[in-house]
Design a protein around this ligand. Structure first.
Ligand SMILES: C[S@@+](CC[C@H](N)C(=O)[O-])C[C@H]1O[C@@H](n2cnc3c(N)ncnc32)[C@H](O)[C@@H]1O
Length: 330
């Protein structure tokens, strides 16, 4: 997953701007450090068959560069930041969110990992995180049912430790917080800042951590983060077009990715994001997709009725859905 200080550069190195003369501009992506599973489905050197471009009414979106068959694994993605849910803290790997055996072999500073590799890679943020006492911050998040501040906390640790730039998430669509969210955000911000200060993190190290930064990152994370639900079932089951209906065992955490964040929403999607054994995301085609067609995923529970879907999309993501299904009030 997150390997060494070069990873931020490499995430963005893979984003090649092409076709600069034509409007709208498109971006293509290479598979980078994709897992062995993805390499089964597509040649390792081949970029995924997608490009990011501009849609007519939904900002940027992801488009197919060739015909994609139903059930095809389009690409995989590693998170830029992830965090276990507080209820899963002791049952999943602190780094990759994989389910842990009853007696985890790799434990350090009160947290457990599924492997030595995950333990090593967590050093990027954990060296800073473990210096502070997070009990008040975590209790506050638990009491108020907040999950996104945990992602901001981990992201801040990555910034302090020098493994991420404070502007790494600026490429994601910005958003604003509603007036009701502002007091909570302010409280979280002061808790986060004072927790770092109490741990003797210097003012110089915390220079990026302003209320404005916190609020901007939190708002971006709110509309771009994914709830990670590990699927039950074999890889072969998931490669079938039944992927959208594969049962999940419940959320083990939340994560933010770059490329998956460019997928727009549709209540009758042609693509689906899923997780098998850990936080590495897989984007799969749910039906045949033509070259040039936009790929869209469903952000919410598609089984809800029209009104409920519109309410959640408006409140949670700030847009009114005009997909074909919504247009016919289904
Ligand atoms: C995760 S981002 C998707 C990528 C985004 N379009 C961008 O330019 O980065 C989610 C945001 O995209 C926009 N969006 C996604 N699906 C949409 C849709 N079906 N109709 C209108 N806007 C949509 C909304 O602004 C939403 O808050």
């Amino acid at each position: 997953m997150l390997r060494g200080s070069g990873r931020w550069a490499s995430q963005f190195k893979n984003l090649h701007k092409i076709n600069t003369k034509n409007k709208p501009p498109f971006f293509t992506f290479s598979t980078g450090t994709d897992s062995a599973d993805s390499k089964k489905s597509q040649p390792s050197s081949a970029p995924p068959p997608i490009q990011v471009g501009f849609t007519e009414s939904a900002g940027r979106g992801v488009f197919a560069t060739r015909r994609i068959g139903a059930g095809e694994l389009i690409h995989t993605a590693k998170p830029i930041v992830s965090h276990p849910s507080l209820s899963s803290l002791h049952s999943v790997c602190y780094f990759c969110l994989k389910k842990l055996p009853n007696k985890p072999l790799f434990q350090r500073d009160g947290v457990s990992f599924c492997s030595q590799g995950c333990q090593n890679q967590s050093q990027d943020f954990h060296e800073i995180e473990k210096r502070a006492d997070w009990s008040t911050f975590d209790d506050y998040c638990q009491t108020h049912g907040l999950k996104y501040p945990l992602l901001v906390k981990r992201f801040a640790c990555l910034v302090i430790s020098g493994f991420a730039s404070a502007s790494s998430l600026d490429i994601l669509q910005p958003a604003s917080l509603s007036p009701e969210m502002i007091p909570l955000m302010e409280k979280e911000f002061w808790l986060l800042r004072s927790t770092f200060q109490d741990a003797d993190i210097t003012a110089e190290q915390l220079v990026f951590l302003t209320k404005q930064w916190y609020s901007g990152v939190l708002a971006r994370i709110r509309i771009n983060a994914f709830r990670v639900e590990l699927a039950c079932g074999s890889y072969e089951d998931l490669l079938s077009s039944a992927a959208a209906s594969v049962e999940a065992e419940g959320a083990v955490g939340n994560a933010v990715y770059i490329l998956p964040s460019f997928y727009n929403h549709d209540c009758d999607p042609n693509a689906h994001i899923l997780w098998l054994e850990n936080v590495d995301a897989r984007i799969m085609a749910l039906r045949d997709i033509d070259a040039g067609e936009e790929l869209r995923i469903c952000y919410i529970d598609a089984s809800m009725d029209h009104e409920a879907r519109q309410t959640i999309l408006a409140k949670g993501f700030g847009f009114q859905c005009n997909c074909l299904r919504c247009s016919s009030h289904q």
